[in-house]
Design a protein around this ligand. Structure first.
Ligand SMILES: [Zn+2]
Length: 288
């Protein structure tokens, strides 16, 4: 498929987010996301990427070891974003994920993505915009680029993959899930339905509904919860849980309403194609 081909590095503009704001250059010691806009995105769509990067840099705060990727030094993560004509409204929404992971030699930061790509079908972007789910969908996909569901196995944090009951076992996420259900630390249920790219890589929709990193986005208002923020801590990021967005597990009734709503107008995030990332060799590490 043509859209899967790597495109040249020419880009029109970029956005750097740090501590929840757009910045000119990356401050020392803090985590920054750089989004480079290739072609095919309107200003409103570029703003959605910028908003997403600002949301994630509120909860991810500490910088990571720099690495050399494709001949440039990356600190902390570089995301290439583009719109492309794929298959019109519906069908394939696009493709997103990390392309390059930090090497084993990076210690706690091993396997944490250094570079990723987010490509969306321009026809679907227009639909997301009118459904007012554009911002949450972009933030959700950026979560995968940063490692949600995409490096869980590399970090040995997923058990029961490809079974009926996969779960995330990171200590910080277990603690936050325990708080949500009013118990002690508990394994976090992971999506067990859908194919590759859905199962084993999201919080379980049945339970979490409108949490940003469950597998289905039906309307705007999908919080990036303490649970997701804590899971990023388990991956090896330095996080600020107090900066997470307010979220509670939905009641049974609310859960039913959300499900009806999802059936009427939902964006099936399963329509994103995954990317198989490459683990960088140790000599890509920057020597201080
Ligand atoms: Zn997803």
């Amino acid at each position: 498929m043509a859209i899967l081909a790597q495109r040249p590095h020419a880009f029109q503009s970029k956005f750097i987010a740090c501590q929840g704001e757009g910045v000119e250059t990356k401050p020392e010691g803090l985590f920054a996301i750089e989004v480079r806009f290739l072609a095919g995105l309107t200003q409103r769509q570029q703003d959605a990427f910028a908003n997403a990067a600002m949301r994630w840099t509120k909860v991810i705060v500490g910088e990571l070891p720099s690495v050399q990727v494709d001949g440039e030094l990356i600190d902390d993560v570089l995301i290439l974003a583009e719109g492309a004509q794929i298959d019109g409204p519906g069908g394939i929404l696009g493709q997103a994920g990390p392309t390059h992971l930090r090497p084993f030699g990076a210690g706690d930061a091993a396997a944490i993505p250094a570079k990723g790509r987010m490509t969306f079908d321009t026809a679907d972007l227009e639909e997301l915009e009118s459904a007012e789910t554009l911002d949450d969908v972009i933030a959700h996909e950026m979560g995968h680029v940063l490692g949600v569901g995409t490096i869980w196995e590399q970090k040995n944090l997923l058990i029961g993959a490809r079974t009926d009951s996969p779960a995330f076992i990171g200590a910080e996420a277990r603690r936050e899930f325990g708080v949500l259900i009013g118990e002690g630390p508990t394994d976090v249920p992971v999506e067990n339905r859908g194919g590759r790219g859905t199962a084993d890589s999201h919080w379980r929709e049945e339970l979490f509904r409108n949490e940003l990193m469950s597998g289905f986005i039906s309307s705007s208002g999908n919080p990036l919860s303490r649970l997701t923020a804590a899971s990023m801590g388990d991956l090896g990021y330095e996080v600020d849980l107090e900066a997470a967005e307010p979220y509670d597990l939905p009641s049974l009734l609310r859960s039913f309403e959300l499900r009806l709503n999802a059936m009427r107008s939902g964006v099936d995030m399963h329509a994103m194609l995954p990317i198989l990332p490459t683990m960088l060799p140790d000599d890509c590490m920057e020597n201080d």
